[in-house]
Design a protein around this ligand. Sequence first.
Ligand code: PSU
Ligand code: MN
Length: 293
Amino acid sequence: MVILSREVEDALRDDRPVVALETTLIAHGFPPGEGVAVGLESERRVREAGAVPATIGVLDGSVRVGLDEAELERFDAEARKLGARDLAAAAVQNAVGATTVGGTLAVCRRVGIRFMGTGGIGGVHRGWTQQPDVSADLAELVRTQALVVASGAKSILDVPATSEVLETLGIPTLGFRTSTLPRFYTAAGGPPVSVRVESPDEAAEVARAHWELGGGGLLLGNPPAQSLDDVDELIAEALEAAGREGVGGQQVTPFVLGWLHRESEGRTLAANRALVADNAGLAAAVAVGHAAG
Ligand code: PSU
Ligand code: MN
C-alpha cells in the first residue's frame, strides 16, 4: 500500500533529514507541463541543503514516497487531487493521485517524515460566511507531528481568517525572520505570527520542543523573496470572474492562478516558482538542523 523509494527508506532508517514535497502543485498548481520543472527544482534545493527529497503521490495502486523524473511526469492535469480522505480510494481504484498538503501530511504521519516544503497551505476561503470552505490541510496539520514551510496560505484565501483558525487549532505559526504571516505573493501586511524565529536551527528547536510537549503540526512562514505589491486587485478580479463563470470547488485554484499568470504577464508565475523552491530549501535546512540537534 505504501512504497518508499530506496533512498527515502535508507534516510529514514538512519535518521537522516528527509523533506516531503506534494504533487498537487506539480499537477494543478502550474500551467500544463511546467509543474514537473518546479518539482525537480524543489528536489534539487532540498538536496543542495543536505536533505533527501520525498515527493509523494499515488501511482499504480500504491502510495509512493520518493518519485523519479519519469514518475513525476505522470502527475499532469488529469491527476486526481487527493486530500487525506481520498488516498485509500485512489490507490484501490488505480488512479494517478496528486496529494495536497493535507494528503501529503497524512502520508508523512504514516512513514515518519517530519518536514515538508510547499507554496502556500490551504485554509479558510474568502466568502466563508456564505460557504464554510475550510481546507482539510488544517485538520491534517493538527494530527501530524510535522513542520510545513510555506509562504503563508495560498493567495486566494482569507488570510486573517485562516490565521484565526490556526490559532483555534493550536497550530504554532512561526515567522522566518518576520513577525507577520506572509501573504504568498506579498511579504508584508499579514496577521501576526505566534512566534518569530531567526534561523533554521531555531525553528528546528521550537518544533522539537513542541513535539516533546505532545504538540502536532507547525507552520513556518517564509516571506517570498520578491513581493508583488499590485496583485491584490488581480486576485479580487479573478475570484469575481470565477464566480461569474460558475467555476467552483477544486477548479477555483487553477482558474485563479491561470488568470493571475496571464494578467500579470507571467510575474505571478515566476514568483510562485521561486517561492516554492525557496520553501523546499528552507524546509531542508530546518530538517538538517533537527537531525543535528
Ligand atoms: N497553493 C497554491 N496552489 C495550489 C495549492 C496551494 O498556490 O494548488 C494546493 C496545495 O496542494 C494545497 C491545496 O494543499 O491547494 C489546498 O486545496 P483545498 O483548498 O482544496 O484544500
Ligand atoms: Mn477548499
